[in-house]
Design a protein around this ligand. Structure first.
Ligand SMILES: *Cc1c(COP(=O)(O)O)cnc(C)c1O
Length: 373
């Protein structure tokens, strides 16, 4: 079976470099907030093209820390999409703010700017004021920032890009994570840049915000043992930072490999009942996931499983319909019909840089056999 994701293959592909990095971190005798994380933060910020990156415990904490750093908390509403990892919404609730979930556009699966405009112009009654917007660059594709950035500026609300699935993606040649007030990354093992454990980061071009988030991630300490504000413990450890330093120099080439695999799949899916994903104009998509679509999704999933091809569904239940969140989170005036329709039809094929040419050929052959299904 070709698995839909394979973080172990990602380790084996760079085993010597990763093992060296882990040994170096272990031998250093310093395991939390030391030289490895400082070096990783500088290298990641330089690679992304921002002044500051702040490592933290995971991508969920990164969103919560960025929001808190920007002054978002109880008495604030934060707009995001329902078609995302539940983490995006969990992070908003961690700050005490109220999530307001809006719909996606049905072609690219990212935040619908018209729905954003509607709630910014005419906020739903009974909610605290909207203070921030969190678009998600889902599946590795930039959200429609051409329309979202001006809307946030015009309404004076903060913009935090959730880049957990889009390390290295570009819009008009500019990397995502450099458009908003802050951007957040996850280094969960299956992400395009994955640690071998949990990890996350906030990126920003605002040094004062970086300083604040750096304090919030460690008990609100600006100086050791003195909490100037109430913080949390969300640190990226030295071993994970060392692993990320070993992997970062390979990321752009790995994203290029993902794009080549995606192109090979798209070629066989032209005119196929399982529809290929579509790309916005002038983007570099990084294909964290390769998400196809069909009204007969479940049949294709079963047939691919029989052919030895693992698949996934990202995500099967929109956040606003999940047991913990149904009736709890606020929705925009038109609800989330495109989100609900997509959840029933999407299917993620295997995609990661370590897929061999033989694996790609086998997946293409399995898809070709289903062409007349
Ligand atoms: C993975 C992910 C997160 C959360 O990251 P963790 O490191 O698992 O906390 C947040 N948002 C999106 C869109 C994600 O895919």
């Amino acid at each position: 079976m070709i698995p839909q994701a394979n973080p172990g293959a990602g380790y084996r592909a760079l085993k010597a470099e990763i093992d060296d990095a882990v040994s170096r971190a272990l031998a250093s005798g310093w395991y939390i907030l030391g030289t490895e994380i400082r070096a990783f933060e500088a290298e990641f910020a330089a690679w992304l093209g921002v002044s500051n990156a702040i490592g933290c415990g995971n991508g969920t904490d990164a969103i919560a820390l960025a929001l808190r750093g920007l002054g978002v908390g109880p008495g604030c509403t934060v707009v995001t999409v329902s078609h995302t990892a539940v983490a995006t919404v969990a992070a908003i609730e961690m700050t005490g703010a109220t999530p307001l979930l809006i719909d996606i556009d049905p072609v690219f699966y990212t935040m619908d700017p018209a729905a954003l405009q509607a709630v910014l112009q005419d906020p739903p009654a009974g909610l605290p004021p909207i203070k921030a917007v969190v678009p998600v660059h889902l599946y590795g594709q930039p959200a429609d920032l051409d329309r979202i950035v001006p809307l946030c500026r015009a309404h004076g609300v903060a913009l935090i890009e959730d880049c957990a699935q889009a390390h290295g993606a570009r819009l008009h040649g500019q990397r995502v994570g450099t458009f908003g007030d802050a951007a957040t990354f996850s280094f969960y093992p299956t992400k395009n840049l994955g640690a071998l454990g949990d990890g996350g980061a906030v990126a920003t071009n605002n040094p004062a915000l970086a300083e604040k988030i750096g304090a919030l991630r460690q008990y609100g300490w600006h100086k050791h043992y003195i909490s100037d504000e109430v913080g949390v413990n969300s640190r990226l450890d030295e071993i994970q930072a060392a692993i990320l330093r070993a992997k970062l120099p390979h990321l752009d080439a790995q994203n290029a490999r993902r794009r080549d695999i995606a192109a090979a799949f798209t070629e066989v899916l032209t005119g196929h009942p399982l529809a290929a994903p579509r790309q916005r104009q002038d983007v570099d998509h990084v294909f964290h996931l390769y998400v196809t679509r069909s009204a007969r999704r479940d049949r294709f999933q079963a047939a691919l499983r029989e052919a030895g091809v693992g698949t996934g569904i990202h995500y099967p239940v929109p956040v606003h319909l999940q047991p913990a969140y149904a009736g709890r989170v606020a929705l925009g005036p038109s609800g989330c019909p495109e989100t609900e329709a997509a959840a029933k039809e999407i299917l993620s094929l295997p995609i990661y840089p370590e897929l061999s040419d033989a694996d790609v050929a086998a997946i293409r052959a399995a898809l070709t056999l289903l062409r007349n299904d």
